[in-house]
Design a protein around this ligand. Structure first.
Ligand code: UDP
Length: 253
């Protein structure tokens, strides 16, 4: 990880720093990393209220979020919370949209993209879709794999020997973020690595995102709960986050 690159203004939400970025400025920052020499692996994290609550009980995950080179506000809850802290973030930057923009950037800049994780066959299908959508895109490789430590070294080897520039890891949080942090020193040649959760499931249409109007009224989380009801337990993080962030913001003001 690179700790020397200048960081945008950040807001600290229950110990998790979140950067003041827009989709556009995020892409500019990543483009700068891609052009930069010497090569370092920059880690992007995509916190939402679930991440923040998880990090309250998982010191390793908290430390990874704190050390990320870029921490983008993936969840609308973070935008509201930043306002309570008097330092409102400009907009939501959904990781599931960023991955599409980054794939386009890779095509424009001749960067080799590796898709790791998701269910069997999903990454390969997503790669085909991306190649159709972004002509000239070079796919370094795809691999379903798993975050199991027994597979770790073979996966790193696969990524490095494929001359990967940009790496997407779809193992779900916090495993994907831990996987990147654990291996960033060994990912020679990789300039950018990002944990992308279920984004490849969206790309391939296995799971559909909420309609635009639902996204606009900030209810995408509710749509996701309707489509994937097994998430209810995880999503209890949202009311807990709201109470805790409100309480902390009031004591800080
Ligand atoms: N996943 C995986 N290996 C695992 C655990 C999860 O490939 O050991 C993938 C899963 O197939 C899906 C993604 O991780 O594509 C989903 O992660 P999550 O539900 O955390 O997504 P998010 O809520 O972040 O969108």
């Amino acid at each position: 990880m690179n700790h020397t690159s200048p960081k945008p203004n950040r807001v600290n939400i229950l110990g998790v720093p979140v950067d003041h970025v827009t989709m556009e400025s995020t892409l500019q920052i990543v483009a700068g990393w891609i052009d930069q020499d010497p090569i370092q692996c920059h880690q992007i994290c995509t916190p939402n209220p679930e991440f923040v609550m998880r990090a309250q009980q998982d010191a390793d995950f908290l430390s990874i979020l704190q050390q990320a080179d870029l921490s983008i506000p993936d969840g609308i809850g973070l935008i509201y919370a930043s306002g309570w802290y008097g330092n409102r973030l400009p907009e939501r930057v959904p990781g599931s949209e960023l991955v599409n923009h980054l794939a386009r950037l890779c095509a424009q800049k001749g960067q080799r993209l590796f898709l790791l994780g998701a269910a069997e066959g999903v990454a390969a299908r997503a790669a085909e879709i991306y190649c159709d959508r972004y002509p000239g895109l070079q796919i370094a490789g795809t691999w379903s794999g798993s975050p199991d430590p027994a597979e770790n070294d073979a996966i790193v080897q696969k990524i490095v020997s494929a001359q990967t520039d940009v790496l997407y890891v779809a193992f779900g949080a916090p495993n994907q973020d831990k996987w990147i942090a654990r291996n960033s020193g060994q990912l020679h040649g990789v300039k950018v690595a990002i944990g992308i959760g279920g984004s490849l499931d969206f790309v391939t249409g296995r799971i559909t995102r909420a309609p635009r109007w639902v996204q606009k009224v900030h209810l995408e989380w509710l749509y996701r709960l309707w489509k994937e009801p097994w998430r209810w337990r995880r999503m209890l993080a949202l009311p807990k986050f709201t109470l805790l962030a409100l309480k902390q913001s009031q004591t800080q003001r």
